[in-house]
Design a protein around this ligand. Structure first.
Ligand code: IPM
Ligand code: MG
Length: 361
């Protein structure tokens, strides 16, 4: 197969972790007889430095013209980086939001899995970690508070800030369908998370999710309020299969879910539209504090590349080869510093990529 992949290395640890994922993709392509071409794209701070804006029209078009985009991370230190002296709509994060919207990437999949090998890194009590967990957070990505109208203006002598939270039936239905489709391939349970005891948008969310659920009699649906969900994630994460939720709740809950796996450096993600196209990126941020030190964990990006092979190219076997290689390296005791524990062998970013490659044969 010929694959045209756009690559956004981005800022902070982005370039280092993307290099390792590309290495692993190249190795996989070599072993399975595929050919990959890469187009480098600038986004976030890296684009601001060159173009003055975090995302240009040309980059968006180039992204659209590729089969899939692999991304590292964007953004810098909000206190020290000059990017954060720009107005909010010109900062690195705005580029990511424009890219998501511009490519209609409404479905964000964030798997949170506790690897057997990393149980020691799990901050939860031993009997909870022992049970393990494997959930998929399905986050709506192009609606809600992130894309509502905002304003900050003076009213009656004081400054008032507003952010609008809007969801249409159609927006809810399409993400709900994706959630149920994915549940069908997993343990057939959907937990829809909302704040229906307070918000109108959540009451509509619940109604539409129930309508969609009626089309999937094989899937169990439960509703959970977001505050309770935040609690259940640390109390009993094994109960979750698919968590289906709106943009802001998904942002918060996915960080929490990643933390209970032991390291945000392990979590992949995929952002999909209604074609085969997808944007694949680690769930973690750009970690400017450790950028350039060669110690960042590249596994989340490597696993994101595996998701890309699966979702955008239907190469399930190749994706599994990468996932198995990651497990094998962990089983052999190799760890980057973020997941290091006693008795293990600590290695850097590049060695982790190299070692994963050696298992793909
Ligand atoms: C994420 C990030 C982004 C978000 C930021 C960088 C805008 O936190 O992908 O979770 O809030 O969606
Ligand atoms: Mg986030």
């Amino acid at each position: 197969m010929e694959m045209k992949i756009g690559v956004i290395k981005g800022d902070g640890i982005g370039p280092e972790i993307v290099d390792e994922a590309v290495k692993v993709l190249d190795r996989t392509a070599e072993v399975y007889g595929h050919s990959i071409s890469y187009t480098q794209l600038l986004m976030g701070g890296a684009s601001i430095d060159v173009n003055g804006v975090p995302l240009t029209e040309e980059t968006l078009t180039a992204a659209k013209n590729s089969d899939a985009v692999l991304m590292g991370s964007i953004g810098g230190d909000a206190k020290t980086s000059p990017w954060y002296r720009l107005e909010p709509s010109k900062r690195p994060e705005a580029g990511l939001l424009q890219l998501r919207k511009g490519l209609n990437l409404f479905a964000n999949l964030r798997p949170a899995v506790l690897y057997q090998e990393l149980k020691d890194a799990c901050p939860l009590r031993e009997e909870i970690a022992e049970r393990g967990f494997d959930m998929m957070i399905m986050r709506e990505l192009t609606g809600g508070l992130y894309f509502g109208k905002r304003s900050t203006k003076e009213e009656n002598g004081q400054i008032v800030a507003r952010d609008e939270l809007t969801y249409s039936e159609g927006e809810i239905r399409r993400i709900a369908k994706r959630g149920f489709d994915i549940a069908m391939k997993r343990r057939r349970k959907v937990t829809s998370v909302d704040k229906a005891n307070v918000l109108d948008s959540s009451r509509l969310w619940r109604k539409v999710v129930e309508e969609v659920a009626a089309e999937y009699p094989g899937v169990t649906l439960e509703h959970m309020l977001v505050d309770n969900c935040a609690m259940q994630l640390v109390k009993d994460p094994a109960q979750f299969d698919v968590i289906l939720t709106e943009n802001m709740f998904g942002d918060i809950l996915s960080d929490e879910a990643s933390m209970v796996t032991g390291s945000i450096g392990m979590l992949a993600s995929a952002s999909l539209n209604d074609t085969k196209f997808g944007l694949y990126e680690p769930s973690g941020g750009s970690a400017p504090d450790i950028a350039g030190k060669g110690i960042a964990n590249p596994i989340a990006t490597i696993l994101s590349a595996a998701m890309m092979l699966k979702f955008s190219f239907d190469l399930d076997q190749e994706a599994a080869a990468i996932e198995n290689a990651v497990s094998a390296v962990l089983r052999d005791g190799y760890r980057t510093i973020d997941i290091m524990s006693e008795g293990m062998k600590q290695i850097g970013t590049r060695e982790m990529g190299d070692r994963i490659c050696t298992y793909i044969k």
